[in-house]
Design a protein around this ligand. Structure first.
Ligand SMILES: Cc1ncc(COP(=O)(O)O)c(C=O)c1O
Length: 462
């Protein structure tokens, strides 16, 4: 086949996609054109994620909550790229804003531009508390590295504490804060990078006599750990408010308020890595707002630019001056296209009343997922905070043994039915765009329900 991208690709038209017909699968996916492009591309592009390896489809366009592949199949999108296009693919206001900047000025290093100024003022207005100073970067991991620099500059100390199963990015400092699966990434963790367990409501390590999670025990352990396992040079804690890659792991409601007090008492900084959870993925601009906690340092990413690579580190007023010792200069950070993407995304959230809609979608999804739990014994737990959702598959509800094989099969079966989404072993992770309508969300969840039913049958777990 002598196809070129230019000959083949069309775009979906925002506002004109017929949601009632999605999913629409004229060809069983992955179809012949998907296979053609995938085969050509992967002769050179190596190291694909499990998401792609398990379902090698090739996409050509996206519009709102719909993705179209190169064979003309249309899918309901439950992945938002990878937690990125929270406001849907190719939102016309955002795409136009980026295009306008691209024709006007693409890069001006860290010089001031009017669009960057407007973004700074918008961030100041929408972020909680006294988070008033910002630097801009081009990836989540770069923002996390900058956050680590702030911790060091503000405290004069170098050790950090993060949590088991965290993910913070792939550069050296960020990798050192996360769960390392390979010697290539983590032959040597950065000196002073410590990890502790964090409360997971479904799989608690410490419980009270009534079986509920005992958050105080975790904090007690942190105290002992700091006293006995560090060199006394801890700058602060770095945590994801909700663990994304870990499997949409939600903390108990008392965890972050107690951790905030713990940090204040010990004069430690609290850094929230909100690369995945920020910009209304969980309904609020920051997930930490659910617990009324203002972190000292916050990273923003993914949905922040709704698909354009733009990320941010924000710090509270007392740490503003530390930024002076950390140069904001980078090749791409804060370029006019990036600023337009973030500024317009934020405006769209406000103008289209999307906070309310995301809340409604999260509640609707949770009710529907609870029905799946009643119906299928391999569903151990279901959870959602806004449009950040998870379904945990287990072999046995009493032992909670993870059911990875079931996770893989459910992912592939639902994809084959027209749901583009994210696998993670036994935890099914969903991050639909918050612009989705109720009927499309419920249709997507129906596909998962059907796929779980068929998988349970196939594996003999009905
Ligand atoms: C919490 C968190 N931090 C940091 C990152 C790294 O972001 P990026 O892939 O943009 O470097 C991710 C990516 O998934 C993430 O989920």
């Amino acid at each position: 086949m002598s196809t070129t991208a230019h000959e083949t690709f069309s775009t979906l038209d925002w506002g004109r996609v017929d949601l009632n017909r999605v999913p629409h699968l004229p060809v069983p996916p992955p179809g012949p054109l998907s296979q053609h492009w995938h085969e050509r591309c992967t002769r050179h592009f190596k190291g694909l994620s499990g998401q792609v390896k398990l379902f090698p489809v090739s996409f050509e366009s996206g519009c709102g909550c719909v993705l179209r592949d190169v064979d003309g199949n249309e899918y309901i999108d439950f992945s938002s790229g990878i937690y990125v296009t929270t406001l849907g693919h190719c939102h016309p206001k955002i795409s136009e804003g980026i295009a306008k900047a691209a024709f006007q000025l693409m890069n001006a290093h860290d010089f001031t531009t009017p669009i960057k100024t407007e973004l700074m003022e918008k961030l100041d207005a929408v972020l909680p508390g006294d988070l008033t100073a910002f630097q801009l970067y081009d990836s989540g991991t770069a923002a996390v590295e900058a956050g680590i620099r702030v911790l060091r500059a503000a405290s004069g100390r170098h050790e950090t504490v993060s949590c088991f199963n965290d993910f913070h990015g792939k550069t050296y400092g960020a990798v050192s804060l996360g769960h390392i699966r390979s010697h290539v990434y983590g032959a040597v963790r950065a000196p002073g990078a410590h990890m502790v367990p964090r409360p997971d409501a479904y799989r608690p390590m410490w419980t009270k006599p009534d079986g509920s999670i005992d958050t105080d025990k975790y904090l007690e352990f942190y105290g002992q750990y700091l006293d006995k396992a560090t060199v006394g040079a801890v700058a602060g804690f770095v945590l994801e408010p909700i663990q994304g890659w870990g499997g949409s792991i939600m903390p108990p409601d008392d965890f972050f308020p107690k951790l905030r007090k713990f940090c204040d008492d010990r004069k430690l900084l609290l850094m929230a890595d909100e690369v995945l959870t920020s910009w209304v993925r969980t309904v609020k601009f920051l997930a930490m707002e659910h617990w009324g906690v203002v972190p000292d340092v916050v990273t923003l990413g993914k949905g922040f630019g709704n698909g354009f690579p733009v990320t941010c580190v924000a710090v509270r007023e007392p740490f503003k001056e530390c930024f002076e010792s950390i140069s904001a200069s980078s090749s791409y950070g804060g370029n006019p296209m990036a600023c337009a993407a973030a500024l317009i995304s934020t405006r769209v959230i406000e103008e289209e009343n999307l906070l309310e809609h995301a809340t409604h979608l999260g509640e609707l999804a949770l009710r529907r997922m609870q029905k799946m739990k009643e119906r299928h014994r391999i569903v151990g737990d279901v959870r959602a905070k806004g449009c950040l959702m998870g379904i945990e598959l287990v072999k046995d509800r009493s032992t909670k043994e993870p059911f990875d094989r079931a996770g893989t099969l459910v992912y592939q079966k639902a994809f084959r039915k027209g749901l583009a989404w994210i696998p993670a072993g036994h935890i099914l992770r969903m991050s639909p765009p918050i612009v989705m309508d109720d009927a499309t969300l419920l249709r997507g969840l129906d596909l998962i329900d059907e796929a779980i039913g068929e998988t349970a049958q196939e594996l003999g777990y009905t």
